[in-house]
Structure formats: C-alpha cells, structure tokens
Design a protein around this ligand. Structure first.
Ligand SMILES: [Zn+2]
Length: 164
C-alpha cells in the first residue's frame, strides 16, 4: 500500500525554504448565507453570548447550534445561552501560521467544550495568556471578548480563551 502520509519538513527545509507555496489575492466576489442556526450564533457573539441549541427529543445541548439534531434527526429551535467558560478537549501547539509563516511565539488552537453544552460539544478557538508547556487537556478556560463596540458578529469577537 502506498504511504500517503507525506514527508515532514525539517528545520533545514525551513531555513532553505525547501518547499513551495503560493499566495494570491483572489479577484472574486461572493455572498454566503450562514443560515438560521449559525446566524443566531453569530448575533449572540456580537452580544457577548455563546449560544447553543437544545434537541427537543434527546435534550442534548449542542454548540455551535444547528437546525437539527444529528442523533435524532429532529428540528432544533430552542436556543440556550451557555457560559463563556469551558475546558480544553484537545489542542495543538503550532509554530506555523495558517498562511505557512514561521511563528516565533506559537499559536495554540484548541477545541473547547463549553460549559452548559453536552459533553463532547465545543468550539475551535485559540488559547492565550499561558505558557504553551502548561496547556493540558481538561484545563479550565474562559473567553476573552473584544470590547462591545468592536464586536461584529464573528467568532473573532472572542479574542481567545485563557486559563482561569
Ligand atoms: Zn437529539
């Protein structure tokens, strides 16, 4: 069987830039409808709230919200405000930015299980204000929000999560 795992880049590869990538500014315009559930979620973020949705059948509370429960296949319309705290479910320490730039200070993307949601439901965000060596699965974290007037109804209305 062929190995599809690829070849990891070494320190030497980064120094010599032994890889290729391209960036460009796409000259296109588009509109995207985020839908009812995510639309409400983004409105909540603008108000400084993390919203989930509760399944009327199994009562799971899911975040981010969705229009139906993927376990019961029933419509979900009962939005509930969750806490802006949670625990780290999984994380990574990344020294490469999303656009393939070397980072001196690593980013720590993590899946955070939000308090008030059912176990296993969480959101992907960044962890900060902590030594990367101290980050652990299960660590308690709290959202650090942008100032109210700066919020736009985006996931980045939460700047990051920090231990508390
Ligand atoms: Zn359900």
């Amino acid at each position: 069987m062929k190995n599809f795992l690829g070849t990891p880049l070494s320190e030497e590869d980064f120094k010599k830039k032994n890889f290729c990538y391209e960036t460009w500014i796409a000259n296109c315009f588009y509109a995207w409808d985020c839908g009812k559930a995510i639309g409400r979620y983004l409105e909540g973020l603008k108000e400084g709230k993390i919203l989930g949705v509760k399944c009327p059948k199994c009562e799971k509370i899911m975040v981010p919200p969705r229009v139906f429960c993927e376990w019961c296949f029933v419509r979900t319309e009962d939005f509930v405000e969750l806490k802006d705290t949670g625990k780290i479910n999984t994380f990574s320490i990344s020294y490469i930015s999303w656009d393939v730039k070397r980072l001196e200070k690593p980013q720590i993307p993590a899946v955070i299980e939000i308090d008030g949601a059912s176990p296993g439901y969480g959101i992907l965000h960044l962890i900060s204000e902590v030594d990367p060596k101290e980050v652990k699965i299960g660590m308690r974290v709290k959202a650090v929000w942008k100032e109210e007037k700066e919020r736009e109804g985006k996931i980045t209305d939460i700047k990051y999560f920090k231990p508390y």
